[in-house]
Design a protein around this ligand. Structure first.
Ligand code: 5HY
Length: 266
């Protein structure tokens, strides 16, 4: 099984750490291909960043369809481009906020999210509501740490995040902690040991979920909302994202051209 883990920002060192974390839950026979787009923001910390990360993300999905990838992980806590990616990919696509929040509901009555910047908290609440788990969410707490500070060896980020997680357990009374950034994935075990509560990282949760879905032979339904987009002309910078007329192949997903003009086979 081949799972493509896409870090939608363009920071390769972060992609490498995300890939390492995804491999901790990969079963024998599962290959993890961790990638980031060649275009887009170095980190995603605003709606603007998120919007501009999506074309690069979709370009990686299109490449993955050519590479016959079995399933995808979107490794950014805003779950950018998730619905569009599900329209384009044959295999299942799981994003880390959804996976982490749903996983947390298996482990206790409530969770709190501990994230990077306060300005992203609203997005986390919107996602909790969208995924139907808002009643489980006690709080979304921000550490006011820029995403890329997590890349700085020896920075205070680890201690600040751990302290915020401990405060969440003490003050919110939550049973479980959800880490609100893909780059926090390698802090999970240490924080859990220190605060005495389960800590869920979305990279591992999403990778394990995609692996399980593929193993069960399950993929996104194409009956309505996630059917292939109707082809239309894209112009300007996005001309290469024009999807051409689909051709039915073996009753399955259609074969068509992708954002980079290369055919996507089914
Ligand atoms: C993430 N940004 O997981 C989010 C975290 C955030 O570049 N990777 C990013 O702050 O929303």
């Amino acid at each position: 099984m081949l799972i493509k883990v896409i870090n939608p920002n363009t920071t390769a060192s972060m992609t490498e750490k995300i890939g390492d974390c995804a491999r901790t839950v990969a079963a024998v026979g599962t290959t993890i291909d961790a990638v980031n787009p060649a275009m887009g923001p170095a980190s995603i910390e605003s709606h603007y960043d998120e919007a501009l990360a999506v074309p690069g993300l979709l370009d990686e999905i299109a490449k993955g369809e050519r590479e016959r990838v079995d399933g995808y992980v979107i490794a950014c806590f805003g779950d950018p481009g998730l619905d569009a990616a599900r329209e384009l990919a044959r295999g299942p696509v799981v994003a880390i906020a959804e996976a982490a929040m749903r996983t947390a509901t298996f482990l206790g009555r409530s969770f709190s999210v501990v994230t990077t910047l306060g300005r992203t908290a609203g997005r986390a609440w919107d996602l909790a509501a969208h995924y139907g788990v808002k009643d489980f969410c006690r709080n979304v707490r921000a550490c006011e740490i820029p995403v890329l500070d997590l890349e700085i060896p020896g920075s205070a980020a680890r201690a600040v995040i751990t302290a915020e997680c401990a405060r969440a357990v003490a003050e919110d009374g939550c049973d479980v902690i959800v880490l609100g950034c893909a780059r926090m994935a390698d802090l999970t075990a240490d924080i859990s040991r220190r605060i005495g509560a389960p800590v869920v990282d979305g990279v591992a949760a999403a990778t394990a979920t995609v692996q399980a879905l593929v193993s069960m032979g399950l993929r996104t339904s194409v009956r309505s909302e996630f059917a292939r987009p109707l082809p239309k002309q894209m112009v300007g910078l996005l001309a290469g994202f024009t999807l051409d007329e689909p051709v039915a192949v073996n009753g399955g997903r259609v074969a068509t051209a992708g954002p980079d003009g290369a055919r996507i086979g089914s």
